[in-house]
Design a protein around this ligand. Structure first.
Ligand code: ZN
Length: 177
């Protein structure tokens, strides 16, 4: 009698352990990464879940690429998901859920040439041309503060453009200006 009880007890404990093990991965809710954008030139806005259930969401990335298209030429180019993750982390650091106001996302070679001819602040071979850079500000966060937070991520290039009131972030090598 006592042997059977203890065996039952052991069996029961084993089952509980097995159930606990099986439940452990499911207990951590699948991460969803969201971003909100407001494009200052087109007036378009987007709230998107670009990462869902453990992977980047193709439809979400397409929506992002469309919003961040070259607004001068209409050209659409894929946006580096790592750039979105960088923005996602930057958003978390701000402690706010305001949209990123976009000044410039993707730039076609023609647009970049035109801007480069106009301004010394535009590189000849800009990462904007690879969908790996974005110029942003955020309502409610001083742009200087946004610049500091972006630098603290140590995730790529970060530039501060005081006169135009925006921060450039990219997924190139870590460098600040
Ligand atoms: Zn830029």
């Amino acid at each position: 009698m006592s042997t059977r009880l203890s065996r039952r007890h052991l069996l029961h404990s084993g089952l509980v352990a097995a159930v606990t093990l099986a439940a452990a991965p499911a207990a951590a809710a699948p991460e969803t990464r969201r971003l909100r954008f407001l494009h200052t030139h087109t007036g378009e806005s987007l709230a998107v879940a670009y990462f869902q259930a453990g992977s980047y969401d193709a439809a979400g990335l397409e929506q992002v690429a469309h919003l961040l298209r070259d607004h001068r030429s209409g050209d659409v180019h894929p946006i580096d998901p790592a750039l979105l993750d960088l923005l996602h982390e930057l958003q978390a650091l701000t402690g706010r859920d305001d949209a990123f106001q976009v000044i410039s996302g993707y730039r076609s070679p023609q647009t970049n040439r035109m801007l480069n001819a106009r301004s010394s602040g535009v590189a000849t071979r800009s990462l904007h041309m690879d969908g790996k850079a974005i110029d942003v500000r955020m309502a409610g966060v001083p742009t200087k503060k946004l610049h500091e937070l972006a630098m603290s991520l140590k995730r790529g290039g970060v530039g501060y453009y005081a006169a135009s009131d925006f921060v450039h972030v990219d997924t190139g090598r870590v460098r600040y200006w």
